[in-house]
Write a protein that binds this ligand. Structure first.
Ligand code: 1GP
Length: 258
């Protein structure tokens, strides 16, 4: 069943062409910084706040972080868990994700089995997501025991994404890893876009508006940034990224009206 947060995201993607989401890593930030960044990101027009990190965070700290963010913003707060410890009852939704190119069944379905009853008990909206790690894979690749898809194998990424769609997942995420030196290549985004019709999320190492524009032009529906907005001046940075997210839609509209 498609829940409230998912409906909101789909509607926004349809309306704006593509959207931006801000990732907040509770491992790195105090409660004050997390809520400050979320507030600034919301006023910069990010569509939702994702909360999660690649390594361990205590559940009480995660709970406190989500509550602080919820108090600061009215946009949805979506969990982006790396394990069962990444669940908080205070969140609006959770990416119910399977790391499709993990070598360890725990990250494909094991953690999900442990998490499912808890998610039901807490009444958190679950949004099914196929998660694919590409390139160097960064910390998440190591923790998730992934066999990352090389940057020059877009057809492999597309095969994974198509498998996600055929398995009934409603979103697919191409992840270069937080702080990746090189984001997911445009060619890979383009190849995946040609094959799959579910919304495509792209993240990892994206810092500049020009990169956002390229990914959206190649077919990304959702751009996720984390690191770049953590260093201060969040509002201005998010505004710039969002401007480029919306660029494509505007350009298409202008073409239509000619
Ligand atoms: C990581 O894709 C996200 O899961 C965001 O990456 O922190 O590099 O923006 P960055």
């Amino acid at each position: 069943m498609v829940g409230r947060v998912e409906k909101y995201l789909l509607k926004k993607v349809r309306r704006d062409g593509a959207i931006h989401m801000t990732l907040i890593d509770p491992e790195k930030l105090s409660l004050e910084s997390a809520s400050h960044i979320a507030r600034e990101a919301e006023s910069g027009q990010t569509a939702a706040i994702m909360v999660g990190g690649s390594t361990f965070v205590s559940t009480p700290h995660l709970d406190d972080t989500i509550r602080a963010i919820k108090n600061a913003v009215s946009i949805p707060v979506i969990l982006f868990p790396n394990n069962v410890t990444g669940i908080s009852k205070y969140a609006d939704a959770i990416w119910f994700m399977s790391l499709l190119n993990s070598l360890d069944p725990y990250f494909i379905v094991g953690a999900q089995v442990l998490a499912a009853p808890l998610i039901r008990k807490f009444g958190i909206e679950a949004i099914p997501l196929g998660y694919i790690i590409v390139g160097q894979g960064a910390t998440v690749g190591i923790i998730g025991r992934a066999s990352p898809i090389p940057y020059d194998k877009p057809e492999l990424a597309a095969a994974h994404a198509l498998a996600a769609q055929y398995l009934g997942m409603r979103f697919v995420y191409l992840e270069a890893g937080s702080g990746a030196k090189q984001p997911v290549p445009n060619e890979m985004v383009r190849t995946v876009r040609k094959l799959v019709s579910i919304p495509l999320i792209v993240g990892g190492g994206i810092k500049k508006g020009a990169q956002v524009k390229e990914k959206v032009d190649a077919g990304a529906d959702v751009i996720v940034t984390g690191n770049v907005v953590e260093g201060g001046e969040t509002r201005g940075k998010v505004k710039e990224l969002v401007k480029h997210v919306k660029w494509y839609r505007r350009a298409m509209k202008q073409l239509k009206h000619r």
